[in-house]
Design a protein around this ligand. Structure first.
Ligand code: ZN
Length: 474
């Protein structure tokens, strides 16, 4: 028997469906339809009205469950897995060791690939041309994935994806025209029909049920800044392909202003008319907005390749990584050895302001993708030697491979970088940035709170936002 579903809207059984009439009827929480409970799924209700077996059944007690798909979900055999490796063998890649590292990673990965009789493996290398190779024997199986999304009540949308992994996020905007009932709940269900790398068909069902409110202040109180901001970032990345960056920057700023203006208009007290009022949960929205305007994707002085790369990352980025990509974290490295905070390996981040940069300091700024190590022009030679193993950084290339040397500072710097790599699930390419060099200027351009040639400082931006709200209010 496959998972129980509503016979009208096809929603999957979930903890928010209610059983009545001694368990013989279940009422769908997505469309309200009363369904007959299949005979083999019957169970008595307890005094609290819940099924007595609810706690023993994951689908009746957990928000997210996975079902093994029954025959009706198999239109045909799952696709065989195809693993295709493309290796950079250009002169630069060979010299920097990237090619050797890739080959060694591939040979390790091959033995870890899930076994399967139909699995296929291919390899190609590229420099100025692409080279294909004929391989004798290979094995694997791939994920072909269907992503089903049930949207509110009885409207169902299907999205077909070729492949998905745990690092991808899908954003959906809901538009609802009817009125919600106060004190009722609004149900969402998302079902993913997919094939695992081992060739098993599964359905992952994710449920959430949220209370409705007519109080706008509740909406602001429980606003999830990270999620909202990720949506704004993805929309901006989506718009940049067809809209000039200046226009996208204006749209992003207007979104911020409109949100804060509604709060001002409907939620803030009248007495606070002269101030910029920020809802507690969204108090960082203007700062994040400013960071987005100055990001690699939306800034004017960026290289087109960097912008394209940014857009492609953002299109699938998770909420967890979207904020640091736009609003990076900066920490001081030079004084790590003298720091004793046993609670956290990574010191408290510094605000992204050049006032925090001293000429005798070394700083790491990371956005989950890249780590920029900035070295001031008055750093003492001993510190440079401890971290980099060199007495001078003159002529050292920007691409940096951090080595560990036999001293406490070097050990701590490596610990911090490795911890960031672990947190971000990313290799974190390191780049050296030096004061008095274009790389140093680039580093400073990432300090989003500073006034920049093409952008306002954080204080100026807050004033701008405040004025715009005031002029909309009058
Ligand atoms: Zn239903």
């Amino acid at each position: 028997m496959g998972p129980i579903r509503c016979s009208r809207c096809k929603a999957y059984i979930n903890p928010f469906m209610s059983f009545v009439d001694q368990g013989k009827i279940f009422i769908c929480n997505l469309c309200g339809f009363s369904n007959d409970t299949p005979r083999e799924y019957l169970c008595n209700l307890g005094p609290d009205g819940r099924r007595r077996d609810a706690n023993d059944r994951p689908e009746l007690s957990r928000g997210t469950v996975e079902f093994v798909a029954s025959k009706e979900f198999l239109v045909r055999e799952p696709m065989p897995a195809v693993y295709f490796f493309l290796v950079d063998v250009s002169m630069n890649a060979v010299h920097t060791g990237a090619t050797a590292a890739a080959c060694s990673a591939i040979s390790q990965a091959l033995s870890d690939l899930p076994e399967g009789p139909r699995t296929m493996v291919g390899i190609a290398t590229f420099d100025s041309a692409i080279h294909f190779y004929s391989l004798k024997r290979a094995q694997q199986q791939c994920c072909s994935i269907k992503f089903y999304l049930f949207i509110l009540l009885n409207s169902v949308k299907f999205i077909l994806l070729l492949q998905i992994d745990s690092d991808k996020t899908i954003v959906v905007t809901f538009k609802h025209d009817d009125k919600f009932q106060e004190n009722s709940e609004c149900a969402f269900q998302c079902a993913l029909l997919y094939t695992t790398v081992y060739g098993q068909r599964r359905i992952r069902v994710i449920n959430i049920s949220l209370p409705c409110t007519s109080m706008l202040s509740n909406l602001f109180r429980y606003a999830d800044l990270e999620t909202q901001f990720t949506y704004i970032v993805k929309q901006a990345a989506n718009g940049i392909a067809s809209t000039p960056p200046s226009q996208v920057r204006d749209q992003v700023t207007s979104t911020c202003i409109n949100i804060l203006q509604s709060y001002r208009k409907y939620c803030a007290s009248v007495s606070s008319s002269g101030q910029l009022i920020l809802p507690e949960a969204l108090k960082l929205l203007p700062l994040y907005t400013l960071a987005l305007i100055k990001s690699i994707g939306l800034r004017n002085d960026g290289r087109i390749d960097d912008r394209s790369y940014w857009i492609s990352i953002v299109s699938s980025i998770s909420v967890f990584l979207a904020v640091p990509l736009v609003f990076p974290r900066m920490i001081a490295l030079h004084d790590l050895a003298s720091r004793d905070d046993e609670y956290s390996l990574i010191p408290n981040p510094l605000t992204l302001n050049s006032e925090n940069i001293q000429d005798d300091g070394i700083y790491l700024l990371e956005n989950g993708e890249d780590g920029f190590i900035y070295v001031g022009n008055a750093v003492n030679t001993a510190t440079i030697e401890q971290i980099f193993g060199l007495s001078s950084l003159a002529g050292v290339p920007n691409q940096l491979v951090l080595e560990q040397f036999d001293n406490e500072l070097s050990m701590k710097v490596n610990e911090v970088v490795n911890e960031i790599r672990r947190q971000r699930c990313s290799y974190l390419r390191l780049r050296l940035c030096q004061k008095g060099d274009p790389s140093g200027d680039f580093f400073r351009s990432l300090l989003v709170e500073d006034k920049a040639p093409g952008g306002l400082s954080y204080v100026e931006f807050l004033i701008h936002v405040h004025r715009q709200i005031q002029s909309k209010m009058t």
